[in-house]
Write a protein that binds this ligand. Sequence first.
Ligand code: AMP
Length: 126
Amino acid sequence: MAYQYDDQNVFAKILRGEIPCKKVHETAHSLAFHDIQPAKPVHVLVIPKGAYVTYDHFTAEAPDAEILDFTKTVGEVAKMLGVTEASGGNGFRILSNAGPDGTQEVPHLHVHIFGGGPCGPMIKRD
Ligand code: AMP
């Protein structure tokens, strides 16, 4: 099945400047902003600026420069947020939901960065 991107999703609107976000960091190909409903004291989303639905869509179709930028930006933002052990923090979790089983709500690739406290069990066991 080909990837189908819905340009009316909320993150596409943020990228077009149609709705605001609390920006943390921006690069040539990526944007990081605070989640509107934080689940942890630190909860930031990192998105590519390109129109990709999921992580697998991104790695299948994005140019290497965008993949490199996005991957580095996730690490740099975690450092900027002070949650990495190397930056004096106590660690963090990254997570990217994809599709129905992944419980993805917004169909634009995003990585969640959680921190500022224990993130709990890795995932609820069946
Ligand atoms: P997911 O279930 O991985 O698709 O998560 C989508 C995330 O986007 C949720 O944590 C929402 O709280 C967050 N979210 C939805 N709308 C906005 C918005 N306008 N600004 C920031 N975060 C948002």
